[in-house]
Design a protein around this ligand. Structure first.
Ligand code: SF4
Length: 331
């Protein structure tokens, strides 16, 4: 992605701090994606072993207005005004947890679509799609990216550790029912964890479920950022080959996107760092690159200050150093 010179904090709108809208961030699936986070860290009804936001403490399954809708819309408006055509490919609801827990999500999607011609995506765990209301709300999006990591109830509980009443049957029924009414792009995400769902049995079960759901695409993801549980590993080469072979022609492996994280909506270095690591723990070298309008010395100083004030933490994972929000529960 080429960097536009006015991205360096010179735009209209760059004077106002943005808490709920971030990026655009580079995404393999969605290009330059302007993120909207409608909930607070970490609000989720799953506690996935691989979650890059750390453990879910406590599990939450209540739909409510975690953040006022008007505040979200004001920030979206500001971000859309601040970016020239071509600087954003998708507007994406992706939360510090599960975005469908925001009770106003359906209206938010429709209101954002009324503001822009850009396509709107929702990244969700899909656990609430068994509810007709949630299916109807998500139908307004151009793409919905739910998760399916398991082939049976036992594996689902092991990997995703859901809110007790969110059964595997409900997940599968919800995904299937949604496909029947949804005319947009349904892209299912499968996160592969070594030894859990990269076995032949698990993959054949997932393939059978995918056949029933009939998504437009299947994206195979790998846990490459610090996971909630330190023992989580991505599959080895053989596991990955097995997955692509068994999941069939529509499955593709999503490699991490390379590109520039646009942090120009933030006035201070500290705001820019907190905004990005809250939703997206960053490898240290990626973070330094994204903050290139500040000197490495200034970045180092800000990171030390964030550690001292309890806003950030350093996490070692797969031999690399990452930065994440301090409230993330990484054991
Ligand atoms: S990966 Fe997504 S669904 Fe799983 S615990 Fe994290 S935020 Fe929730």
């Amino acid at each position: 992605m080429t960097r536009h010179p006015v991205q360096q904090g010179e735009r209209a709108g760059a004077n106002h701090k943005m808490d709920l809208v971030f990026g655009p961030v580079p995404s393999r699936r969605l290009g330059k994606s302007l993120g909207i986070d409608p909930i607070s860290l970490k609000t989720c009804n799953w506690n996935c072993v691989y979650c890059q936001l750390g453990r879910t403490v406590p599990l939450v399954n209540e739909r409510r207005e975690y953040v006022p809708r008007e505040k979200i819309l004001a920030e979206v408006r500001q971000a859309l005004t601040a970016h020239a055509p071509g600087e954003i490919d998708w507007v994406t609801f992706v939360g510090s947890g599960e975005p469908t827990l925001h009770i106003g999500l359906g209206r938010l999607i429709r209101q954002v679509k009324a503001m822009t011609d850009l396509p709107v995506a929702v990244i969700t765990n899909g656990s609430q799609l068994y509810l007709p209301q949630v299916r109807q709300e998500l139908s307004a999006a151009d793409a919905v990216l739910p998760t399916l990591d398991a082939s049976n109830a036992q594996l689902y509980r092991k990997i995703n550790r859901p809110w007790p009443r969110l059964t595997f049957e409900r997940l599968l029924d919800g995904l299937t029912a949604f496909r029947q009414v949804y005319h947009g792009q349904l892209w299912i995400e499968v996160m592969l964890v070594k030894g859990l769902n990269d076995t032949e049995d698990a993959l054949r079960g997932i393939a059978a479920a995918l056949q029933r759901i009939e998504p437009d695409q299947v994206h195979i993801n790998l846990p490459i950022r610090p996971p909630a549980e330190p023992w989580v590993q991505p599959p080895d080469e053989t596991g990955l080959m097995r997955a692509t072979a068994i999941l069939g022609d529509i499955a593709q492996v999503v490699h991490p996107a390379r590109g520039i994280f646009d942090l120009s909506g933030h006035n201070t270095l500290v705001d820019a760092i907190v905004s990005i690591i809250t939703r997206h723990p960053m490898r240290e070298d990626e973070l330094v690159r994204a903050l290139e309008r500040w000197t490495p010395g200034q970045v180092e100083e800000a990171l030390q200050a964030l550690i001292a004030s309890g806003q950030a933490q350093r996490v070692e994972c797969h031999g690399a150093r990452f930065w994440s929000a301090a409230v993330s529960h990484h054991p």
